[in-house]
Design a protein around this ligand. Structure first.
Ligand code: F6R
Length: 607
């Protein structure tokens, strides 16, 4: 996820673009840049780091112009650096672009253009767009954009300027958002409404493969056959503040809602033709006799889910270790061990220390990380990236889901390499995984039952989460999420463990959240549900194989059917929403608005 903005009008584009970028910073903040067109060509200022650094640089320069594009980046290809920042130019400096998305066939395009003598300067997938557009350009920019878009595979939202057309700003998109804003003094393109709301509330939403040609005084739309299309503008009624969160009250809810897209991108990159696939293919799993997964907090819980899936599919022993404990336990790892480090930020001090300890002992390390160029990503032997985009909320949601998706795909790939599953079985499992984004979207369209139930739980003093097998692993995540943001005491238990002591804490109206997606264990978990109800507990029973009927003490919420190995990706969505609505209804805004950038800083300073 990145943020893009463009302006053409009667005013100086520079302050307008900088202000728009500030409002898009939640979409990416590892680097940023701006390009404006003037009589001599493009003025480009771009650099690694937070937007404030760019602002300072631009203020010191004399950059000025009536048309420009800006970008705030969250790296997906090529680490954050000045060179990899956008905008990107073709090598003849005739075309400038900003891009949000992932170009899957960029390697092929790059190779083709390099063979024709075109020199690339960055490691990004985005630069190929500028180079290709310049290569195709024969005087007619619309034709150039159509040819370029036809050659691209993947997702894109693009802002394009061409020196030959100094009075046109061009936009096109596929699978990534782009809006066109229309103001008195000029016209805009932007990734999201907040970037333009200070100037106008009149916007057009661009559909896939629609082209917008903006001039100072108007905007025209075309399809890929160059036929003009008519679009109706929409009037935005949100305030600027709520618009930044896409109309959601908190980033946490926005990020929960983004999960179908994040799942889709992550699955595509690892099971389709993305960079993650190439890394997975290059790993020789046959040389490992053990896998150790190490991580902290939610990332550790993702590892717990992953362990069940790896062991079931690959029949390799897997241990999951808390990264904060790993280096103190004289860990048994060597060159026959694959150590998987999971981290959203890639900067958690304990996870870094665990990774270094594993490397010191000769283990092969593979990381599952969200932040490109982070310490863990750089120092591990293999790195898989979760395609979650920046996670702003303190409580991880979408990055956790992306971690699970990568662990599933890795487990299937390893099982296939080890001949534990047939081609058909591999195909069946991958198509189950591929169904996750749609099933997640379906759940996020009708979540009123979980929302209503959460409202009734705000007064709870203590909440227990139970499950068995993989459902136990995801119960741990449900419990962590709840205590983290609602400040309610909570514990997760394997259902069968309750009777060994903890059951004495279950009393009249204690809330127990039970999860049931492991069909073969349904009767077992149901008997735990009956036990706690008989002690007076109320139970929220979430699953996709539940046969019980709801009652005074038993609320049931159904999940879509899916292979039970991957069902945690669905149950976690309702567990996240449950925590969110309990916290929101307790009025705990503080917990919900803390940003994870601060959290990462604290984790580094106070490991
Ligand atoms: C919980 C949460 C934390 C992180 C943990 C690890 O919602 O966000 O438990 O999962 O601090 O952080 P990363 O993944 O950045 O290493």
């Amino acid at each position: 996820m990145c943020g893009i903005i463009g302006y053409i009008g009667n005013e100086n584009a520079v302050p307008i673009i900088l202000d728009g970028l500030k409002r898009l910073e939640y979409r990416g903040y590892d680097s940023s840049g701006i390009a404006v067109m003037n009589e001599d060509g493009f003025d480009v200022v771009k650099q690694k780091g937070r937007l404030s650094a760019l602002e300072e640089l631009v203020t010191r320069s004399s950059v000025k112009g009536f048309m420009g594009i800006g970008h705030t980046r969250w790296a997906t290809h090529g680490e954050p650096s000045d060179i990899n920042s956008h905008p990107h130019l073709g090598s003849q400096n005739k075309v400038a672009i900003v891009h949000n998305g992932i170009i899957e066939n960029y390697r092929q395009i790059k190779e083709r253009l390099e063979q024709k003598g075109i020199e690339f300067v960055s490691q990004t997938d985005s630069e190929v767009i500028a180079q290709l557009a310049e290569y195709y350009h024969a005087g007619d920019i619309v034709e150039t954009v159509i040819r370029t878009a036809n050659a691209l595979e993947g997702s894109y939202a693009l802002g394009i300027m061409c020196l030959d057309e100094p009075d046109k700003l061009i936009a096109i998109k596929k699978d990534n958002p782009l809006i066109i804003g229309v103001a008195e003094h000029g016209n805009f393109i932007a990734s999201d409404v907040p970037a333009v709301l200070a100037h106008t509330n009149k916007v057009y939403y661009l559909n896939d493969k629609e082209i917008a040609i903006l001039t100072k005084t108007g905007v025209e739309f075309y399809n890929m056959d160059r036929e003009p299309i008519h679009k109706e503008p929409e009037i935005i009624t949100w305030s600027l503040k709520s618009a930044e969160k896409g109309g959601y009250e908190h980033f946490m809810l926005k990020e929960i809602m983004e999960q179908p897209k994040v799942l889709k991108d992550t699955i595509q990159s690892a099971a389709g033709d993305g960079d993650n696939r190439r890394i997975i293919e290059s790993l020789d799993i046959s040389k490992f006799n053990r896998i150790v997964i190490t991580a902290c907090g939610s990332a550790y819980n993702a590892g717990m889910v992953g362990r069940y899936v790896f062991e079931r599919l690959c029949r390799i022993p897997v241990e999951v270790e808390l990264a904060s404990e790993f280096r103190y336990k004289d860990p048994i790892v060597d060159y026959n061990t694959l150590v998987i480090i999971i981290s959203q930020s890639g900067e958690t001090a304990d996870s870094i220390a665990a990774m270094r300890e594993a490397r010191r002992r000769g283990a092969v390390t593979l990381s599952i990380v969200n932040v490109i160029g982070s310490t863990i990503a750089k120092e591990t032997d293999y790195t898989l990236y979760t395609m979650a985009g920046p996670e702003i909320a303190v409580a991880t949601t979408k990055a956790f889901s992306a971690q699970l998706a990568l662990l599933y795909i890795l487990a299937v790939a390893f099982a296939k390499k080890l001949n534990r599953i047939s081609d058909e079985e591999e195909g069946r499992l991958l198509s189950e995984i591929a169904s996750l984004p749609d099933k997640a979207a379906e759940m996020l369209e009708k979540f009123d039952a979980i929302q209503k139930y959460a409202v009734t739980c705000v007064g709870c003093k203590s909440i227990f989460f139970i499950g068995r097998n993989i459902d136990y692993a995801i119960a741990m995540e449900g419990s962590l999420k709840l205590k983290e943001i609602s400040y309610i005491h909570s514990e997760a238990y394997a259902g069968g463990e309750l009777k060994h002591g903890t059951i004495s804490l279950i009393e009249e109206n204690t809330l127990v959240v039970a999860i049931s997606c492991c069909e073969g264990l349904y009767e077992k978990i149901y008997s735990n549900v009956e036990q706690v109800i008989s002690r007076g507990a109320k139970v929220l029973f979430i699953g996709n194989c539940i046969k019980a009927v709801p009652g005074e003490k038993l609320e049931i919420i159904e999940l879509p059917k899916i292979n039970e190995m991957f069902a945690s990706s669905l149950s976690v969505i309702y567990l996240q929403l449950f925590s969110y609505y309990v916290a929101a209804n307790k009025g705990l805004d503080i917990a919900l608005i803390i940003e994870s950038m601060h959290r990462t800083y604290e984790k580094q300073i106070f490991p």
